[in-house]
Design a protein around this ligand. Structure first.
Ligand SMILES: *[C@@H]1O[C@H](CO)[C@@H](O)[C@H](O)[C@H]1NC(C)=O
Ligand SMILES: *[C@@H]1O[C@H](CO)[C@@H](O)[C@H](O)[C@H]1NC(C)=O
Ligand SMILES: *[C@@H]1O[C@H](CO)[C@@H](O)[C@H](O)[C@H]1NC(C)=O
Ligand SMILES: *[C@@H]1O[C@H](CO)[C@@H](O)[C@H](O)[C@H]1NC(C)=O
Ligand SMILES: *[C@@H]1O[C@H](CO)[C@@H](O)[C@H](O)[C@H]1NC(C)=O
Ligand SMILES: *[C@@H]1O[C@H](CO)[C@@H](O)[C@H](O)[C@H]1NC(C)=O
Ligand SMILES: *[C@@H]1O[C@H](CO)[C@@H](O)[C@H](O)[C@H]1NC(C)=O
Ligand SMILES: *[C@@H]1O[C@H](CO)[C@@H](O)[C@H](O)[C@H]1NC(C)=O
Ligand SMILES: *[C@@H]1O[C@H](CO)[C@@H](O)[C@H](O)[C@H]1NC(C)=O
Length: 419
Protein backbone atom coordinates (compact mmCIF):
# COMPACT_ATOMS: atom_id res chain seq x y z
CA UNK A 1 0.00 0.00 0.00
CA UNK A 2 2.79 2.41 0.91
CA UNK A 3 4.58 1.59 -2.34
CA UNK A 4 1.37 2.20 -4.31
CA UNK A 5 0.87 5.62 -2.67
CA UNK A 6 4.46 6.52 -3.41
CA UNK A 7 4.01 5.41 -7.01
CA UNK A 8 0.78 7.46 -7.34
CA UNK A 9 2.62 10.49 -6.00
CA UNK A 10 5.19 9.90 -8.75
CA UNK A 11 7.95 9.24 -6.26
CA UNK A 12 10.51 6.69 -7.37
CA UNK A 13 10.44 3.47 -5.35
CA UNK A 14 13.71 2.03 -6.62
CA UNK A 15 15.50 2.90 -3.39
CA UNK A 16 13.29 0.32 -1.56
CA UNK A 17 14.44 -2.57 -3.69
CA UNK A 18 17.57 -4.62 -3.40
CA UNK A 19 19.69 -4.46 -6.52
CA UNK A 20 22.26 -7.05 -5.43
CA UNK A 21 20.21 -10.06 -6.58
CA UNK A 22 19.02 -10.95 -3.09
CA UNK A 23 22.48 -11.03 -1.52
CA UNK A 24 22.44 -7.62 0.18
CA UNK A 25 24.25 -8.29 3.47
CA UNK A 26 22.09 -8.54 6.58
CA UNK A 27 22.82 -6.30 9.53
CA UNK A 28 24.48 -7.67 12.66
CA UNK A 29 22.30 -10.09 14.66
CA UNK A 30 20.48 -11.53 11.65
CA UNK A 31 21.40 -15.14 11.02
CA UNK A 32 18.22 -16.71 9.66
CA UNK A 33 16.82 -16.09 6.21
CA UNK A 34 20.01 -14.51 4.90
CA UNK A 35 20.74 -17.06 2.18
CA UNK A 36 18.50 -19.15 -0.12
CA UNK A 37 20.10 -22.34 1.18
CA UNK A 38 19.41 -21.53 4.84
CA UNK A 39 17.99 -24.85 5.95
CA UNK A 40 18.98 -26.16 9.35
CA UNK A 41 20.97 -29.33 9.56
CA UNK A 42 20.12 -30.89 12.95
CA UNK A 43 21.86 -33.54 15.02
CA UNK A 44 25.05 -35.57 14.82
CA UNK A 45 26.83 -36.61 11.60
CA UNK A 46 25.55 -39.66 9.73
CA UNK A 47 27.86 -42.60 9.01
CA UNK A 48 27.30 -44.37 5.69
CA UNK A 49 27.06 -48.14 6.16
CA UNK A 50 25.97 -49.51 2.77
CA UNK A 51 25.13 -48.50 -0.82
CA UNK A 52 22.34 -50.36 -2.64
CA UNK A 53 21.87 -50.27 -6.42
CA UNK A 54 18.09 -50.63 -6.08
CA UNK A 55 15.75 -49.19 -3.47
CA UNK A 56 15.52 -51.13 -0.18
CA UNK A 57 12.50 -50.91 2.17
CA UNK A 58 13.51 -53.10 5.10
CA UNK A 59 16.60 -53.22 7.32
CA UNK A 60 17.85 -55.30 10.22
CA UNK A 61 21.15 -55.63 12.08
CA UNK A 62 21.98 -58.87 13.90
CA UNK A 63 24.02 -59.08 17.09
CA UNK A 64 27.21 -59.76 15.09
CA UNK A 65 26.55 -56.42 13.27
CA UNK A 66 25.59 -58.00 9.95
CA UNK A 67 23.28 -55.78 7.93
CA UNK A 68 20.20 -57.20 6.15
CA UNK A 69 18.06 -55.42 3.56
CA UNK A 70 14.85 -56.23 1.72
CA UNK A 71 14.08 -55.39 -1.92
CA UNK A 72 10.32 -55.83 -2.20
CA UNK A 73 8.48 -56.61 -5.41
CA UNK A 74 5.82 -53.90 -5.23
CA UNK A 75 6.73 -52.49 -8.63
CA UNK A 76 8.10 -55.59 -10.34
CA UNK A 77 10.47 -58.50 -9.89
CA UNK A 78 13.74 -58.07 -7.97
CA UNK A 79 16.52 -60.68 -8.25
CA UNK A 80 16.80 -61.04 -4.48
CA UNK A 81 14.05 -60.25 -2.02
CA UNK A 82 16.20 -60.40 1.15
CA UNK A 83 19.99 -59.99 1.29
CA UNK A 84 22.80 -59.90 3.81
CA UNK A 85 25.44 -57.25 3.07
CA UNK A 86 28.92 -58.67 2.55
CA UNK A 87 30.65 -55.27 2.38
CA UNK A 88 29.83 -51.61 1.63
CA UNK A 89 28.72 -52.33 -1.95
CA UNK A 90 28.04 -56.05 -2.09
CA UNK A 91 25.27 -58.36 -0.95
CA UNK A 92 24.23 -61.98 -1.23
CA UNK A 93 20.80 -63.61 -1.01
CA UNK A 94 19.73 -64.49 2.52
CA UNK A 95 19.04 -67.00 4.01
CA UNK A 96 19.57 -68.78 0.67
CA UNK A 97 19.30 -68.21 -3.09
CA UNK A 98 16.62 -70.91 -3.47
CA UNK A 99 14.12 -69.25 -1.11
CA UNK A 100 14.13 -65.93 -3.00
CA UNK A 101 11.69 -67.02 -5.73
CA UNK A 102 8.68 -69.28 -5.34
CA UNK A 103 8.59 -71.68 -8.29
CA UNK A 104 5.51 -73.02 -10.09
CA UNK A 105 3.63 -75.43 -7.86
CA UNK A 106 5.69 -74.66 -4.75
CA UNK A 107 3.85 -74.11 -1.44
CA UNK A 108 3.93 -70.26 -1.14
CA UNK A 109 4.40 -70.62 2.64
CA UNK A 110 7.91 -72.02 2.04
CA UNK A 111 9.45 -69.30 -0.17
CA UNK A 112 9.52 -65.53 -0.66
CA UNK A 113 6.88 -63.78 -2.76
CA UNK A 114 7.18 -60.17 -1.65
CA UNK A 115 9.09 -59.65 1.61
CA UNK A 116 8.77 -56.09 2.93
CA UNK A 117 10.93 -56.05 6.06
CA UNK A 118 13.35 -58.08 8.15
CA UNK A 119 13.45 -57.60 11.93
CA UNK A 120 15.56 -58.96 14.82
CA UNK A 121 13.72 -59.98 18.00
CA UNK A 122 15.11 -60.09 21.54
CA UNK A 123 16.06 -63.80 21.46
CA UNK A 124 18.27 -63.90 18.38
CA UNK A 125 15.63 -64.65 15.75
CA UNK A 126 15.36 -62.74 12.49
CA UNK A 127 11.81 -62.39 11.18
CA UNK A 128 10.68 -61.64 7.66
CA UNK A 129 7.25 -60.29 6.73
CA UNK A 130 5.93 -61.30 3.32
CA UNK A 131 2.83 -59.50 1.94
CA UNK A 132 2.13 -62.56 -0.23
CA UNK A 133 1.18 -60.25 -3.11
CA UNK A 134 3.08 -61.50 -6.20
CA UNK A 135 5.17 -59.01 -8.18
CA UNK A 136 3.08 -59.48 -11.32
CA UNK A 137 -0.07 -58.10 -9.63
CA UNK A 138 1.48 -55.90 -6.94
CA UNK A 139 1.19 -52.63 -8.85
CA UNK A 140 -2.35 -53.22 -10.15
CA UNK A 141 -5.41 -51.98 -8.34
CA UNK A 142 -7.21 -54.77 -6.49
CA UNK A 143 -4.00 -56.76 -5.91
CA UNK A 144 -4.67 -59.72 -3.59
CA UNK A 145 -2.37 -61.63 -1.28
CA UNK A 146 -2.00 -65.37 -1.93
CA UNK A 147 -2.98 -67.51 1.05
CA UNK A 148 0.20 -69.07 2.46
CA UNK A 149 2.29 -66.37 0.80
CA UNK A 150 1.15 -63.77 3.36
CA UNK A 151 3.21 -64.81 6.36
CA UNK A 152 5.97 -64.21 8.86
CA UNK A 153 8.95 -66.57 9.16
CA UNK A 154 11.58 -66.74 11.91
CA UNK A 155 15.21 -67.72 11.28
CA UNK A 156 18.18 -68.36 13.55
CA UNK A 157 20.43 -65.30 13.19
CA UNK A 158 23.57 -67.44 13.58
CA UNK A 159 22.76 -70.41 11.36
CA UNK A 160 20.10 -68.80 9.07
CA UNK A 161 17.95 -71.91 9.65
CA UNK A 162 14.19 -71.54 9.38
CA UNK A 163 12.61 -71.90 12.82
CA UNK A 164 8.88 -71.40 12.26
CA UNK A 165 6.35 -69.99 9.79
CA UNK A 166 3.03 -68.37 10.69
CA UNK A 167 0.66 -67.75 7.80
CA UNK A 168 -2.07 -65.11 7.94
CA UNK A 169 -5.41 -66.98 7.85
CA UNK A 170 -7.35 -66.87 4.59
CA UNK A 171 -10.35 -65.09 6.10
CA UNK A 172 -8.08 -62.19 7.14
CA UNK A 173 -6.79 -61.70 3.59
CA UNK A 174 -10.07 -60.27 2.31
CA UNK A 175 -10.49 -56.53 1.76
CA UNK A 176 -7.06 -56.23 0.08
CA UNK A 177 -4.84 -56.99 3.13
CA UNK A 178 -1.26 -55.86 2.45
CA UNK A 179 1.01 -56.93 5.32
CA UNK A 180 3.82 -54.38 5.49
CA UNK A 181 5.74 -54.40 8.77
CA UNK A 182 6.18 -56.58 11.85
CA UNK A 183 7.55 -56.35 15.41
CA UNK A 184 7.86 -59.12 17.96
CA UNK A 185 7.36 -58.98 21.73
CA UNK A 186 8.92 -62.25 22.95
CA UNK A 187 7.69 -61.84 26.54
CA UNK A 188 4.02 -61.01 25.98
CA UNK A 189 1.76 -64.01 26.71
CA UNK A 190 3.13 -67.56 26.81
CA UNK A 191 5.51 -67.43 23.86
CA UNK A 192 5.30 -63.89 22.51
CA UNK A 193 3.22 -62.06 19.93
CA UNK A 194 3.86 -60.62 16.49
CA UNK A 195 2.23 -57.32 15.55
CA UNK A 196 1.67 -56.59 11.87
CA UNK A 197 0.49 -53.49 10.02
CA UNK A 198 -1.75 -53.96 6.98
CA UNK A 199 -1.08 -50.88 4.83
CA UNK A 200 -3.96 -51.45 2.39
CA UNK A 201 -6.51 -48.70 1.84
CA UNK A 202 -8.98 -50.40 4.19
CA UNK A 203 -6.06 -51.12 6.56
CA UNK A 204 -5.93 -52.92 9.91
CA UNK A 205 -3.58 -54.26 12.57
CA UNK A 206 -3.00 -58.01 12.88
CA UNK A 207 -1.64 -59.77 15.98
CA UNK A 208 -0.35 -63.35 15.92
CA UNK A 209 -0.03 -65.41 19.10
CA UNK A 210 3.37 -67.08 18.57
CA UNK A 211 2.42 -69.91 20.92
CA UNK A 212 -0.51 -71.34 18.98
CA UNK A 213 -0.52 -69.24 15.79
CA UNK A 214 -4.00 -67.87 16.51
CA UNK A 215 -4.49 -64.55 14.80
CA UNK A 216 -6.69 -61.53 15.43
CA UNK A 217 -7.37 -58.54 13.19
CA UNK A 218 -8.08 -55.23 14.93
CA UNK A 219 -9.10 -51.68 13.98
CA UNK A 220 -10.14 -52.80 10.48
CA UNK A 221 -10.99 -49.81 8.23
CA UNK A 222 -11.19 -47.40 11.19
CA UNK A 223 -10.04 -43.77 11.03
CA UNK A 224 -6.94 -44.61 13.11
CA UNK A 225 -5.52 -46.85 10.35
CA UNK A 226 -6.93 -45.16 7.22
CA UNK A 227 -5.16 -42.42 5.26
CA UNK A 228 -6.31 -38.81 5.34
CA UNK A 229 -8.92 -38.11 2.69
CA UNK A 230 -7.23 -36.68 -0.41
CA UNK A 231 -3.84 -36.70 1.33
CA UNK A 232 -1.02 -34.80 -0.39
CA UNK A 233 2.48 -35.00 1.07
CA UNK A 234 5.56 -32.93 0.34
CA UNK A 235 9.03 -34.21 -0.51
CA UNK A 236 12.21 -32.17 -1.02
CA UNK A 237 9.92 -29.18 -1.51
CA UNK A 238 7.59 -30.77 -4.10
CA UNK A 239 4.00 -31.91 -3.62
CA UNK A 240 3.38 -35.61 -4.17
CA UNK A 241 0.35 -37.17 -5.86
CA UNK A 242 -0.26 -40.68 -7.14
CA UNK A 243 0.10 -40.93 -10.94
CA UNK A 244 -0.91 -43.49 -13.53
CA UNK A 245 0.45 -41.84 -16.67
CA UNK A 246 -1.33 -38.50 -16.61
CA UNK A 247 -4.16 -39.74 -14.35
CA UNK A 248 -3.84 -38.17 -10.90
CA UNK A 249 -4.88 -39.85 -7.65
CA UNK A 250 -4.37 -39.41 -3.94
CA UNK A 251 -2.18 -41.81 -2.00
CA UNK A 252 -4.12 -43.91 0.47
CA UNK A 253 -1.46 -46.02 2.21
CA UNK A 254 -2.74 -46.94 5.69
CA UNK A 255 -1.01 -48.18 8.88
CA UNK A 256 2.66 -48.72 8.08
CA UNK A 257 5.55 -48.24 10.56
CA UNK A 258 5.56 -50.02 13.94
CA UNK A 259 7.42 -49.75 17.23
CA UNK A 260 6.89 -51.59 20.51
CA UNK A 261 7.72 -49.59 23.63
CA UNK A 262 6.54 -49.35 27.24
CA UNK A 263 4.05 -52.21 26.68
CA UNK A 264 2.36 -50.23 23.91
CA UNK A 265 2.06 -50.76 20.18
CA UNK A 266 2.92 -47.58 18.22
CA UNK A 267 2.06 -47.10 14.59
CA UNK A 268 1.89 -44.40 11.95
CA UNK A 269 -0.57 -44.00 9.09
CA UNK A 270 1.67 -43.37 6.11
CA UNK A 271 -0.54 -41.09 3.99
CA UNK A 272 -1.22 -38.81 6.96
CA UNK A 273 0.74 -37.01 9.65
CA UNK A 274 -0.89 -39.04 12.41
CA UNK A 275 0.57 -41.65 14.75
CA UNK A 276 -1.13 -43.59 17.53
CA UNK A 277 -0.59 -46.13 20.26
CA UNK A 278 -2.57 -48.74 22.14
CA UNK A 279 -1.67 -51.18 24.91
CA UNK A 280 -0.27 -54.42 23.48
CA UNK A 281 -2.24 -56.49 25.99
CA UNK A 282 -5.48 -54.76 24.95
CA UNK A 283 -4.69 -55.44 21.31
CA UNK A 284 -4.26 -59.19 21.85
CA UNK A 285 -7.08 -59.69 24.38
CA UNK A 286 -9.73 -61.57 22.42
CA UNK A 287 -12.34 -60.99 25.18
CA UNK A 288 -12.35 -57.33 24.16
CA UNK A 289 -14.57 -56.15 21.31
CA UNK A 290 -13.31 -54.11 18.36
CA UNK A 291 -15.08 -51.12 19.90
CA UNK A 292 -13.16 -51.65 23.18
CA UNK A 293 -9.84 -51.72 21.31
CA UNK A 294 -10.70 -48.61 19.29
CA UNK A 295 -11.71 -46.80 22.50
CA UNK A 296 -8.31 -47.63 24.04
CA UNK A 297 -6.33 -46.06 21.17
CA UNK A 298 -4.37 -42.94 22.13
CA UNK A 299 -3.65 -40.08 19.73
CA UNK A 300 -0.72 -37.93 20.91
CA UNK A 301 -1.22 -35.37 18.10
CA UNK A 302 0.05 -34.92 14.57
CA UNK A 303 3.76 -35.08 13.82
CA UNK A 304 4.22 -32.78 10.81
CA UNK A 305 5.25 -35.57 8.45
CA UNK A 306 4.13 -38.74 6.85
CA UNK A 307 6.19 -41.49 8.45
CA UNK A 308 7.22 -44.79 6.90
CA UNK A 309 9.14 -46.44 9.71
CA UNK A 310 9.31 -46.52 13.50
CA UNK A 311 11.65 -48.10 16.00
CA UNK A 312 12.14 -47.88 19.77
CA UNK A 313 14.98 -48.06 22.29
CA UNK A 314 15.39 -49.69 25.69
CA UNK A 315 14.48 -46.47 27.54
CA UNK A 316 11.01 -46.05 26.04
CA UNK A 317 11.99 -43.62 23.33
CA UNK A 318 10.19 -44.07 19.99
CA UNK A 319 11.89 -42.93 16.76
CA UNK A 320 9.82 -41.78 13.79
CA UNK A 321 11.25 -41.67 10.26
CA UNK A 322 9.82 -38.37 9.02
CA UNK A 323 10.20 -38.44 5.25
CA UNK A 324 8.57 -35.08 4.59
CA UNK A 325 11.16 -33.37 6.79
CA UNK A 326 14.30 -35.32 5.75
CA UNK A 327 14.44 -36.13 9.43
CA UNK A 328 14.25 -38.70 12.20
CA UNK A 329 12.17 -37.62 15.16
CA UNK A 330 12.05 -39.05 18.66
CA UNK A 331 9.45 -38.99 21.41
CA UNK A 332 9.80 -40.22 24.99
CA UNK A 333 6.97 -42.46 26.19
CA UNK A 334 8.12 -43.06 29.79
CA UNK A 335 9.60 -40.98 32.63
CA UNK A 336 12.17 -39.76 33.57
CA UNK A 337 12.64 -37.00 30.99
CA UNK A 338 14.38 -33.64 31.23
CA UNK A 339 11.43 -31.30 30.84
CA UNK A 340 8.41 -30.51 32.97
CA UNK A 341 5.34 -30.54 30.70
CA UNK A 342 1.82 -29.43 31.65
CA UNK A 343 2.83 -29.34 35.31
CA UNK A 344 4.13 -32.92 35.46
CA UNK A 345 7.80 -33.13 36.50
CA UNK A 346 10.20 -34.94 34.22
CA UNK A 347 11.36 -36.77 37.37
CA UNK A 348 8.05 -38.63 37.62
CA UNK A 349 7.81 -42.39 37.12
CA UNK A 350 5.61 -44.47 34.83
CA UNK A 351 4.26 -43.72 31.38
CA UNK A 352 3.89 -40.23 29.93
CA UNK A 353 0.24 -39.37 29.16
CA UNK A 354 -0.51 -38.93 25.45
CA UNK A 355 -1.29 -35.22 25.87
CA UNK A 356 2.21 -34.61 27.27
CA UNK A 357 4.13 -36.22 24.38
CA UNK A 358 6.65 -33.81 22.89
CA UNK A 359 8.11 -34.93 19.55
CA UNK A 360 11.66 -33.69 18.88
CA UNK A 361 14.05 -33.85 15.95
CA UNK A 362 16.99 -36.24 16.42
CA UNK A 363 18.55 -35.53 13.04
CA UNK A 364 17.60 -33.55 9.94
CA UNK A 365 19.87 -33.77 6.95
CA UNK A 366 19.63 -33.69 3.14
CA UNK A 367 21.18 -37.18 3.09
CA UNK A 368 17.98 -38.57 4.64
CA UNK A 369 15.98 -39.20 1.46
CA UNK A 370 12.92 -41.11 2.70
CA UNK A 371 14.32 -43.17 5.55
CA UNK A 372 12.09 -46.24 5.48
CA UNK A 373 13.13 -48.80 8.14
CA UNK A 374 15.32 -48.50 11.21
CA UNK A 375 16.92 -50.79 13.77
CA UNK A 376 18.91 -50.12 16.94
CA UNK A 377 21.98 -52.04 18.11
CA UNK A 378 24.90 -51.24 20.44
CA UNK A 379 24.13 -47.53 20.69
CA UNK A 380 23.58 -46.94 16.97
CA UNK A 381 20.37 -46.34 15.08
CA UNK A 382 20.65 -47.83 11.57
CA UNK A 383 18.31 -46.88 8.74
CA UNK A 384 17.90 -47.36 5.00
CA UNK A 385 16.74 -44.71 2.50
CA UNK A 386 14.90 -45.24 -0.78
CA UNK A 387 13.54 -41.93 -2.20
CA UNK A 388 10.09 -43.57 -2.30
CA UNK A 389 8.25 -40.38 -3.31
CA UNK A 390 10.44 -40.01 -6.41
CA UNK A 391 9.46 -43.47 -7.68
CA UNK A 392 7.30 -43.95 -10.81
CA UNK A 393 3.91 -44.33 -9.08
CA UNK A 394 4.32 -40.93 -7.42
CA UNK A 395 5.74 -38.95 -10.35
CA UNK A 396 3.91 -37.38 -13.32
CA UNK A 397 3.84 -39.75 -16.30
CA UNK A 398 5.48 -42.40 -14.09
CA UNK A 399 8.97 -41.03 -14.61
CA UNK A 400 11.38 -42.68 -12.19
CA UNK A 401 13.17 -39.73 -10.60
CA UNK A 402 15.03 -41.82 -8.03
CA UNK A 403 18.79 -41.69 -8.40
CA UNK A 404 20.79 -44.47 -6.80
CA UNK A 405 22.81 -45.66 -5.14
CA UNK A 406 20.45 -45.75 -2.17
CA UNK A 407 22.47 -45.27 0.96
CA UNK A 408 21.95 -46.76 4.41
CA UNK A 409 23.33 -44.91 7.42
CA UNK A 410 23.77 -45.10 11.14
CA UNK A 411 23.60 -42.33 13.74
CA UNK A 412 24.77 -42.50 17.36
CA UNK A 413 22.04 -42.53 20.03
CA UNK A 414 23.89 -44.31 22.85
CA UNK A 415 21.00 -46.68 23.58
CA UNK A 416 20.02 -50.30 22.94
CA UNK A 417 16.97 -51.77 21.21
CA UNK A 418 13.54 -52.00 22.90
CA UNK A 419 12.96 -55.60 21.86
C1 LIG B 1 14.56 -64.86 -9.10
O1 LIG B 1 13.90 -64.79 -10.34
C2 LIG B 1 14.35 -63.74 -11.19
C3 LIG B 1 13.46 -63.70 -12.41
O2 LIG B 1 13.34 -64.96 -12.97
C4 LIG B 1 15.81 -64.00 -11.55
O3 LIG B 1 16.29 -62.93 -12.33
C5 LIG B 1 16.62 -64.08 -10.27
O4 LIG B 1 17.95 -64.43 -10.54
C6 LIG B 1 16.04 -65.12 -9.32
N1 LIG B 1 16.74 -65.02 -8.04
C7 LIG B 1 17.48 -66.02 -7.56
C8 LIG B 1 18.18 -65.75 -6.26
O5 LIG B 1 17.57 -67.09 -8.10
C1 LIG C 1 -3.27 -47.59 -14.90
O1 LIG C 1 -4.21 -47.38 -15.90
C2 LIG C 1 -4.33 -48.50 -16.80
C3 LIG C 1 -5.22 -48.07 -17.93
O2 LIG C 1 -6.42 -47.54 -17.43
C4 LIG C 1 -4.87 -49.69 -16.01
O3 LIG C 1 -4.96 -50.81 -16.85
C5 LIG C 1 -3.89 -50.01 -14.88
O4 LIG C 1 -4.41 -51.04 -14.06
C6 LIG C 1 -3.68 -48.77 -14.03
N1 LIG C 1 -2.63 -49.05 -13.06
C7 LIG C 1 -2.81 -48.94 -11.73
C8 LIG C 1 -1.64 -49.22 -10.88
O5 LIG C 1 -3.87 -48.62 -11.26
C1 LIG D 1 20.71 -70.70 16.81
O1 LIG D 1 21.64 -71.70 16.56
C2 LIG D 1 22.70 -71.75 17.52
C3 LIG D 1 23.75 -72.76 17.04
O2 LIG D 1 23.12 -74.00 16.76
C4 LIG D 1 22.10 -72.13 18.88
O3 LIG D 1 23.12 -72.13 19.84
C5 LIG D 1 21.04 -71.07 19.23
O4 LIG D 1 20.40 -71.43 20.43
C6 LIG D 1 20.01 -70.96 18.15
N1 LIG D 1 19.14 -69.81 18.45
C7 LIG D 1 17.83 -69.83 18.25
C8 LIG D 1 17.09 -68.56 18.57
O5 LIG D 1 17.23 -70.79 17.82
C1 LIG E 1 -11.77 -52.56 0.81
O1 LIG E 1 -12.61 -53.65 1.13
C2 LIG E 1 -13.73 -53.77 0.25
C3 LIG E 1 -14.66 -54.84 0.79
O2 LIG E 1 -14.01 -56.07 0.84
C4 LIG E 1 -13.23 -54.11 -1.14
O3 LIG E 1 -14.31 -54.17 -2.03
C5 LIG E 1 -12.29 -53.00 -1.60
O4 LIG E 1 -11.73 -53.35 -2.84
C6 LIG E 1 -11.18 -52.78 -0.57
N1 LIG E 1 -10.46 -51.59 -0.98
C7 LIG E 1 -9.28 -51.68 -1.58
C8 LIG E 1 -8.70 -50.37 -2.02
O5 LIG E 1 -8.67 -52.73 -1.72
C1 LIG F 1 -14.18 -48.40 4.88
O1 LIG F 1 -14.38 -47.08 5.32
C2 LIG F 1 -14.73 -46.20 4.27
C3 LIG F 1 -14.70 -44.78 4.82
O2 LIG F 1 -15.36 -44.71 6.03
C4 LIG F 1 -16.10 -46.60 3.73
O3 LIG F 1 -16.45 -45.73 2.68
C5 LIG F 1 -15.98 -48.03 3.21
O4 LIG F 1 -17.25 -48.49 2.80
C6 LIG F 1 -15.45 -48.96 4.27
N1 LIG F 1 -15.14 -50.25 3.67
C7 LIG F 1 -15.38 -51.41 4.25
C8 LIG F 1 -14.98 -52.63 3.52
O5 LIG F 1 -15.92 -51.48 5.36
C1 LIG G 1 6.48 -56.83 26.04
O1 LIG G 1 5.46 -57.39 26.84
C2 LIG G 1 5.76 -57.36 28.23
C3 LIG G 1 4.68 -58.16 28.95
O2 LIG G 1 3.42 -57.55 28.74
C4 LIG G 1 5.84 -55.90 28.69
O3 LIG G 1 6.19 -55.84 30.05
C5 LIG G 1 6.92 -55.19 27.86
O4 LIG G 1 6.91 -53.81 28.18
C6 LIG G 1 6.64 -55.33 26.38
N1 LIG G 1 7.80 -54.81 25.65
C7 LIG G 1 7.75 -53.65 25.00
C8 LIG G 1 9.01 -53.23 24.35
O5 LIG G 1 6.75 -52.97 24.89
C1 LIG H 1 -9.04 -59.21 28.88
O1 LIG H 1 -10.10 -58.30 29.01
C2 LIG H 1 -11.05 -58.73 29.98
C3 LIG H 1 -12.24 -57.78 29.86
O2 LIG H 1 -11.85 -56.47 30.16
C4 LIG H 1 -10.41 -58.71 31.35
O3 LIG H 1 -11.32 -59.15 32.32
C5 LIG H 1 -9.19 -59.64 31.32
O4 LIG H 1 -8.50 -59.52 32.55
C6 LIG H 1 -8.27 -59.28 30.18
N1 LIG H 1 -7.25 -60.31 30.08
C7 LIG H 1 -5.95 -60.03 30.16
C8 LIG H 1 -5.03 -61.20 30.01
O5 LIG H 1 -5.54 -58.90 30.36
C1 LIG I 1 18.68 -35.27 29.82
O1 LIG I 1 19.79 -34.41 29.67
C2 LIG I 1 21.04 -35.06 29.83
C3 LIG I 1 22.13 -34.00 29.83
O2 LIG I 1 21.94 -33.15 28.73
C4 LIG I 1 21.19 -36.07 28.71
O3 LIG I 1 22.40 -36.78 28.86
C5 LIG I 1 20.05 -37.07 28.79
O4 LIG I 1 20.11 -37.96 27.69
C6 LIG I 1 18.71 -36.36 28.77
N1 LIG I 1 17.66 -37.34 29.03
C7 LIG I 1 16.53 -37.38 28.33
C8 LIG I 1 15.55 -38.43 28.73
O5 LIG I 1 16.28 -36.59 27.44
C1 LIG J 1 14.83 -33.63 38.46
O1 LIG J 1 15.48 -33.64 39.69
C2 LIG J 1 16.78 -33.05 39.65
C3 LIG J 1 17.45 -33.27 41.02
O2 LIG J 1 16.54 -32.91 42.04
C4 LIG J 1 16.65 -31.59 39.30
O3 LIG J 1 17.93 -31.00 39.21
C5 LIG J 1 15.96 -31.47 37.95
O4 LIG J 1 15.73 -30.11 37.63
C6 LIG J 1 14.63 -32.20 37.96
N1 LIG J 1 14.12 -32.22 36.61
C7 LIG J 1 12.87 -31.85 36.31
C8 LIG J 1 12.47 -31.92 34.87
O5 LIG J 1 12.07 -31.48 37.13
Amino acid sequence: MLLQLLALAGITTAQFFDTTGGFRPFGPGYSRGAYPQDFNVVGPALEAVHDSQSAPTGLAVDSALNLYLTYPRNSGQTPNNVVICTDFNNEKPWPSAEIQNCTAGQDPATCFLNVQNVVLDSIGQLWIIDSGIPYYTASTSGAQAIYGGAKIMSFNQTTSELIRTYTIPQDLLVHGTNANDVRINNTLGTNGYAFITDESTNSSIIAINLDDGSTVRRLFNTSVVRADEKYVGSYDGNLIYGWNGTKKSFLSTGADGIALASGNFYWGVLASRRFYYVSQSVMVNTSLSDADVLAAVQFPGQCASEQAGFTADDQGRVYILASEQNAIYYVDTAYPVNETVNGISGNSTGLIPADNYVVNTLVRNGMIQHADSAAILDGWLYFCTNQLELGPSRQYNNVDNRKGPFRSFRVWIGRGPAV
